[in-house]
Each structure stands twice: as C-alpha cells, then as structure tokens.
Write a protein that binds this ligand. Structure first.
Ligand SMILES: *Cc1c(COP(=O)(O)O)cnc(C)c1O
Length: 376
C-alpha cells in the first residue's frame, strides 16, 4: 500500500506546507502522551475525535432535554429519519449509491444480518472462501453461520493462505482457488484490506472471479472504509459491512455501515432477519402484523438507531466529505511512503515491511529488508 513517490530529501515541514489537507489535522483532538502530542499511528484501532463531535452530540442531548419524545419529529435533526442524514456521505466513502448504503448496528452484527440473506448454501454449493488470517470476529461469524445452516465448517470453509515464505496472498492464487472450487462455492467473503498485513485486495478482480464461478461476493471493509478509494457499486460487489470507529473517526462503538448492491434492492424473497426499522416507512407506524421491507440497504435495518452515536459519526463524515477520499488517499500514500523511506534506513534485520508496497502487488510483499531498494 505504500508508494515510493515521496522524495525523502524534502523535510516533513516542507511537505506539510505544500499539503492541501494540512488544516484538517487541527480539526481533531490528539491525546496527550508524556506531556506532548504524539504522532498517532492507531487510527486503525480507534480514530481520533473530531473537535465538532462534542457539539453534534450536545445538540441531540439538548433536544432530548427540551423535547423528549417530540424530538423524533421536532429535533433540529429529527431522530426518526436521522440515519438518512448520513447515507449520502457514507455512500461516497465506499463508492456506492445512497440507496445501497445504510448506517446501522456494528460490524459483526451487520455481517451476520447480511450472511442470513447472502449465504444461501445448497448441498452442491455451500462453501465459503475466506482468508486464513481473517480477523477473528469474521471467522467466528462465518463459522457460526455455516453451522446455523447445518453444514460443517471443517468442510465448508476454504481458507486462503499465502505461499510458503510469503506474508500476503497473490491475487492470481485467490482467483485460481475460486476457479478450482467454483461450483461448490456459495460465497467469497474477504476483508477489503487485511487488518494485520495491510494488504489491499483487488476487489474488482475477486468479485468478477466469484461471480463467474456463480458465487456471491462480499467484503468486510473495516480497514478499507475511509482508507482506500472504494467503488463498491462499480466493482459489482454484492454486499459489504464496515465499522466507523477506525479510519472513520466515529468514536468508540460507532454505528457501522452496510452496503447492498442495487440489483438486490428489491430482492424481497431473500430471507432476512426483520425488525420494524426495516419496514416500509409509509406504513411502519400502522403497526401492522406483516413485515414489508424497505427497498435497498435500509430494508436490512432492525432497530431504531442510537442517535448520540450517530451524531458523533455525522461530525466525522462531514469532515470526510469536505476532504474527499481521492485527496485523502493521495495524502495517505505520501505519508506511508515517507515513513517507508525512514524504515528502510533502519539497519535492523528484525524489521521488515510485510504490507505490499503497491496496491494489489502481493508479490512484492515478501522481499526481505535487505532486498528493499533504497530510495536515495
Ligand atoms: C475491527 C474489526 C472487527 C470488529 O468488529 P465489531 O463488530 O465492530 O466489534 C471485525 N472485523 C474486522 C475485519 C475488523 O477489522
């Protein structure tokens, strides 16, 4: 993921001065460490707090205090449609149409809800392709869904492993596995970016290969949303889920996101776990006995959402909209490239970079430090 396009002879201060995004740093609170401001490397775990988050949350507290139940309709940002205020900005982050995206629940919960609809095993076609080193929560979710459908994870899971001596998966190997196991694969579900190696997968090629084999293809975008430029719609991905507390700075336990491609928008025959928030808005409060799901991703909602959490996320998504993913990605490549030049200079055999140095270039990832080309 790192790009060697930074001339390391420029100082960080010079690069900063020429950086069109430089003022955005001031929009976030940094923790204090040893009396100073750290360089924050853990946005992949919990993103920094936008300074606007407090006032966004306080607005909802004030409306709750002032209006109580009437806040659903009369709050400055009415709570009833609150999730709709986030849909467009979230959709832009993952490259989706607004109707294909919904902000709801948390990541693993969303994976389960989507697997209920998109993992439809038959006796002939029941396997799931995942990464061997997938994030544990995803492994648990997928294995439990397989058992829920009364199959054996020992047989139904196809776990992709890097070649001997390599840290990351080669796209060609992923595709070869999909082609080889083709008719038995019900679902391909990988991370958009592996949480540990930082490898970004070629989601477009993997989706095409999965579809060619007759499988459904979904991605966990926990480490991709807000990190890479994504094109969920154009890449033709069937579904995706992600969290918002990592790269998206939505705060601890932030409300996650889900994507369902528009070709499934009206697939009301798909099984789904239902709740009133997924019900047709026009008739939701008639409280009728039958469930009529909303078209699109919204139809997978179950419960009315946590407004205070949504408010914090909204503060962050406004910053993302202003900065734009294209510019953010460009800067991210410069920053990681800059860091890489310094790591390359450390003469310490225990240190090596396992993250592929370019997007979709797994082959480069296994080079040992000694073989890394010096930049200057
Ligand atoms: C962070 C992360 C999770 C965490 O799941 P939650 O349901 O949000 O607690 C799951 N999967 C991946 C790949 C992650 O990176």
């Amino acid at each position: 993921m790192m790009m060697n396009d930074v001339n390391a002879t420029h100082s960080a201060a010079e690069l900063d001065a020429a950086d069109p995004l430089r003022l955005f740093r001031g929009q976030f609170h940094f923790p204090e460490v040893n009396g100073g401001e750290p360089i924050y490397f853990t946005g992949n775990s919990l993103g920094l707090m936008p300074k606007t988050a407090r006032s966004y949350v306080e607005q909802e507290l004030a409306d709750w205090e002032r209006l109580a139940v009437e806040g659903h309709i009369h709050a400055k940002n009415p709570w009833l449609p609150y999730h709709e205020f986030l849909a467009e900005q979230m959709a832009a982050i993952v490259g989706a149409k607004p109707g294909e995206t919904v902000v709801m629940n948390s990541l693993t919960v969303n994976l389960h809800l989507l697997l209920v609809s998109f993992y439809r095993p038959t006796r002939a076609r029941f396997k799931i392709v995942i990464e061997k080193g997938a994030f544990p929560s995803d492994q648990y979710a997928v294995a439990s869904q397989i058992r829920f459908q009364e199959f054996d994870p020992g047989v139904a899971l196809i776990e992709l492993t890097p070649r001997d001596g390599e840290s990351t998966l080669r796209t060609e190997d992923i595709i070869a596995t999909i082609e080889r196991e083709g008719a038995s694969i019900a679902l391909v579900m990988l991370g958009g970016v592996n949480y540990y190696t930082g490898q970004a997968f070629d989601m477009k090629a993997i989706t095409a290969a999965g579809h060619k084999a007759g499988a459904v293809v979904g991605f966990d975008l926990a480490h991709a949303a807000g990190n890479l430029e994504l094109k969920m719609h154009d890449w033709d991905v069937d579904f995706a889920a992600w969290c918002s507390y990592k790269y998206l700075n939505g705060g601890p336990g932030a409300v996650g996101g889900a994507f369902v491609h528009e070709r499934h928008a009206n697939s009301f025959d798909l099984p789904r776990f239902a709740g009133w928030w997924g019900h047709d808005k026009a008739t939701r409060f008639l409280m009728g006995p039958e469930f009529h799901p909303l078209a699109g991703a919204e139809g997978w909602q179950i419960s009315n959402p946590p407004i205070l959490q949504m408010a914090a996320l909204r503060a962050s998504l406004e910053i993302f909209e202003e900065a734009g993913m294209t510019a953010l990605r460009k800067k991210s490549e410069k920053l990681t490239g800059y860091l890489e030049t310094f790591i390359n200079e450390i003469d310490e055999p225990r240190i090596s970079v396992i993250t592929p140095r370019t997007l979709n270039n797994a082959a480069a990832s296994s080079r040992s430090r000694s073989k890394i080309k010096k930049l200057h």
